[in-house]
Design a binder for this molecule. Structure first.
Ligand SMILES: [Zn+2]
Length: 247
């Protein structure tokens, strides 16, 4: 089986070497390591250098990390290094946060402008901000974007698919009603698989090998064999990341 974990916080995993080995044993052929701030972006670039052909870097600035004082240094790093990365992410808006929405929007729009200029796909974090995120990526005419771990309203979801965008499934597909609803409603060619590792799901921490948990939940939800979901989502990921991801 060939699988791609399209969203991993690899720098936050304690036993990276072991986690990568275990993932490869279950068929994970590529891992998209996402950054959230300057320090994590730097770590991800070095991990991608250490594991070429397995770990692919995406640089980001997570809405949860806007209070750090190295924002401008991170912007410089992103502008400089993005051309050799797979995607821009994790970026987005999180209206469940106390961080003022105006500030979040200002940072997010600056990031969108960089991604569009570099013609890179975008990995989105949206919480209680689904419409705002969608409106902004439409405004910037973003070509490729994935709403990571989508758990928003079905109405926004239909526009996401009309615009040609994607959603990604996590191990929460086993129990989260909203997430399950989204996966059931998605066209099969618009779903990517991920773990968001080391995220903890119902008390159980994850690593990239747990992509199998995501796979089996999606397979069960869609009533299709795991192999079929694996093949489809593998080709979805290759299409989404275009020529940048060579597996
Ligand atoms: Zn994440």
């Amino acid at each position: 089986m060939n699988l791609i974990d399209t969203h991993v916080h690899l720098d936050e995993i304690s036993d990276i070497e072991g986690a990568l080995e275990r993932a490869q044993k279950v068929g994970v052929r590529a891992i998209v390591a996402v950054g959230v701030d300057l320090v994590s972006n730097e770590k991800i670039l070095s991990l991608a250098g250490r594991y070429p052909g397995l770990v692919y870097p995406a640089l980001g600035l997570h809405p949860w990390r806007l209070t750090s004082d190295d924002l401008e240094a991170n912007f410089s790093l992103i502008k400089r290094e993005l051309p050799r990365c797979l995607a821009l992410g994790e970026i987005g808006l999180d209206f469940a946060l106390e961080t003022p929405q105006d500030h979040q929007r200002e940072i997010f729009t600056r990031l969108l402008a960089i991604a569009v200029k570099a013609r890179k796909p975008i990995l989105l974090h949206a919480r209680r901000s689904w419409t705002a995120v969608l409106d902004l990526i439409k405004f910037f005419q973003v070509e490729k974007a994935v709403f990571h771990w989508y758990s928003g309203p079905p109405k926004v979801l239909s526009t996401i698919f009309e615009m040609g965008y994607y959603i990604s499934a996590t191990p929460a597909a086993a129990y989260s009603a909203r997430h399950r609803q989204a996966i059931q409603a998605a066209p099969l060619d618009r779903i990517l698989l991920e773990t968001d590792a080391p995220e903890v799901y119902q008390g159980s921490p994850s690593e990239p090998k747990d992509l199998l948990r995501t796979l089996h939940s999606v397979s069960q939800l869609r009533g299709l064999a795991a192999e079929k979901i694996a093949d489809q989502t593998f080709s979805n990921a290759q299409k989404f990341f275009q020529r940048y991801l060579i597996v």
